[in-house]
Design a protein around this ligand. Structure first.
Ligand code: THU
Length: 163
């Protein structure tokens, strides 16, 4: 038997102002996008802002549905939208922010498992890592460089190929 311990690296900034200006702005754009979410069921509003290597910023927010699984998270709305509009561009940074109607989110939120899988495929396709910034409505910001830190032992598309 062999037990392996995997290391992940997350950097915590105690507030948004500690980040470079461009990243602060991106988190602000994510927060703005959260205010445009359609979340009448969870009353939990998430926004994502994606910075591309062509300089464009593409935003998305969670979109819910009365048939709950039909809805989509902010991160996937933003990433799919970015890839639909700019299929040649690489994603450099993904900023995520959240706000709830009935309580204060003062800790960073992190993407759900399905969104992590989509981030992983985006990295694999573009052959470069994505910096991920995570924040609640206020409080600290978590930052990680590369989805491996959030989704170790990732399932990649190459596993689908016959040897
Ligand atoms: N949600 C996101 O959009 N992103 C996340 O990272 C976590 C959850 C959405 C899905 C649903 O509309 C609501 O937040 C509550 O789960």
């Amino acid at each position: 038997m062999n037990t392996r311990e995997l290391k992940i690296k997350i950097t915590e900034f105690s507030e948004r102002s500690e980040l470079p200006e461009q990243e602060q702005k991106l988190l602000q754009q994510a927060a703005k996008s959260a205010s445009r979410s359609y979340a009448p069921y969870s009353e939990f509003h998430v926004g994502a802002a994606v910075l591309l290597d062509n300089g464009k910023v593409v935003c998305g927010s969670n979109q819910e549905n009365a048939a709950y699984p039909s809805g989509l998270c902010a991160e996937r709305v933003a990433l799919f939208y970015a890839n639909s509009e700019y299929p040649e561009a690489k994603v450099k940074i993904l900023a995520i922010a959240a706000r709830a109607d009935h309580f204060n989110i003062d800790k960073p939120i992190s993407p759900c498992g399905t969104c992590r899988q989509v981030i992983a495929e985006t990295e694999s396709r573009q052959q470069s890592k994505i910096k991920i910034l995570m924040q609640g409505e206020s409080g600290p910001v978590n930052m990680t460089e590369g989805i491996e830190n959030l989704l170790p032992l990732t399932f990649y598309e190459e596993k689908l190929k016959k040897k």
